[in-house]
Design a protein around this ligand. Sequence first.
Ligand SMILES: [Zn+2]
Length: 153
Amino acid sequence: MVVARDGDGWVECKCGSRHWGLHGAAGLLISRSDSLLMQHRAPWVHNGDSWGIPGGARDSHENWVEAALREADEEIGVLPPTLQVLTQFADDHLTWSYITVIAKIDEEFTPLQLNHESIELRWMKIEEVESLNLHQSFARTWPDLKALLKTVM
Ligand SMILES: [Zn+2]
């Protein structure tokens, strides 16, 4: 069965920004030992030439984990079946939300660049992440994500 993709579109948020994803958006933060998989976003995308994680608009029929996994699958290739979802972090703007799904894998995983929105994918140590030019939304939630990561990794 082919289910309609109905999440693409902009939302004018109460915070004063426009966000991508009519039903919110989700991203996948993958950890492996003490590293995280970071994505360098292409210069031509919204808030481009910055680092973040694979993700995108949620469709109305998806839960947050389904949305994050589908987007990651589209952007970096088929995820290992042993991937474990650990927890989720909500950046809740009331009119719109971005959910970061935190997952871990134990085995080697070489992501593919399947998507024109990404120009590089790199495993980075947690301490190295804030030295990157982070996507502004990711940068804002990073202190909370980092604290949460320390409790689950
Ligand atoms: Zn907002």
